[in-house]
Design a binder for this molecule. Structure first.
Ligand code: NAP
Length: 285
């Protein structure tokens, strides 16, 4: 069996089109959805990420501002900027690009963002809302994975999902989202004794580790759906995921490629969350 690709670029295009339509409708009511992206320091990867986020906003008709600060900005000054953005009615979503310089407590900064504008979904209130099934913003990467499953009409009820990785931004929220859709969920991590024994039982596998070839064909049950969140470089310096794509695609029923899989969906869900924040603000106004 050769797996069907779940094309993150195509799905993103479709979802971004819907965002643009909703943004137009909101603008007709006098509200332009706005995202503020805050970058501290000159981390080259972060610069690329924020540029892509700002451009994606512009392409979908969202207003975006990029605030760039020197690496020696104080924590107090950054907290003051976040507070100003919390109080700015033209801004509906705030994203502080991570990592922050070592002298700044990233968690403190995240907690300073109003949960109503926490479009990254990293605030402890957003995490609590996800855990308890209350309305809130879902972290963009696992949210994008859920949309990918939805796009193939996959019913998670009663299925066994194995998530490899337990970070606060991918693995844990991913597991909660799958659980919310009635999957039986196993979370694996670096201390998991026999990863293969776990993955071989899975109907759905999400790999979110950051190591090449964590998942190989012999670890996948025929017909399983495989989502690859990992972003690594291969020996030729090309972007690749955690999954041995060429091998696993011969066993899985569906698989996400890297690049062109989960990656574009992450930014797309940031746009969706920002639009949602603006719609909620407009409804409450
Ligand atoms: P992270 O915070 O480093 O977490 C990695 C997780 O993998 C940890 O829970 C770790 O376990 C687990 N792990 C490490 N080695 C393992 C092994 N051999 N077997 C099983 N589990 C193992 O990383 P992250 O932020 O979640 O990101 C994961 C990957 O996704 C990275 O490659 C990152 O670049 C990528 N990513 C992509 C996107 C995107 O938009 N496509 C977005 C976010 C992240 P312990 O907890 O025990 O240490």
């Amino acid at each position: 069996m050769t797996a069907q690709l779940i094309d993150g670029n195509a799905l993103s295009k479709q979802l971004r089109g819907q965002v643009a339509e909703r943004a137009t409708a909101l603008k007709a009511r006098g509200v332009t959805p706005g995202l503020a992206v805050v970058l501290v320091g000159d981390n080259p990867a972060s610069q690329v990420y924020v540029r892509n986020k700002v451009k994606a906003c512009q392409d979908s008709g969202l207003h975006s501002v990029l605030e760039k600060y020197e690496a020696d900005m104080s924590e107090a000054d950054l907290l003051a900027r976040v507070e100003a953005l919390n109080n700015d009615p033209s801004i509906h979503g705030i994203l502080v690009q991570l990592p922050l310089p070592a002298h700044i407590d990233a968690q403190k900064v995240i907690e300073a963002i109003s949960p109503l504008k926490d479009v990254d979904g990293f605030h402890i209130a957003s995490a609590g809302a996800l855990m308890t099934g209350m309305p809130g913003f879902w972290p963009c990467t696992p949210y994008g994975c859920m949309k990918m499953l939805e796009s193939i009409g996959y019913d998670l009820k009663g299925k066994h999902a194995v998530v490899i990785g337990r970070s606060n931004i991918v693995g844990k929220p991913m597991a909660l989202m799958l659980l919310q859709k009635n999957a039986t969920v196993t979370i694996c991590h670096s201390a998991t004794r026999d990863l293969k024994a776990q993955t071989l039982q899975a109907d759905v596998i999400v790999a979110a580790v950051g190591k090449r070839n964590v998942l190989t064909a012999d670890m996948v049950r025929p017909g399983a759906v495989v989502l690859d969140v990992g972003m690594n470089r291969n020996d030729e310096g090309k972007l690749c995921g955690d999954v041995d794509f060429d091998g696993v695609r011969e066993v899985a029923s569906h698989i996400t490629p890297v690049p062109g899989g989960v990656g574009p969906m992450t930014i797309t869900m940031l746009l969706v969350n920002t639009l949602e924040a603006a719609e909620r603000a407009a409804a409450g106004a």
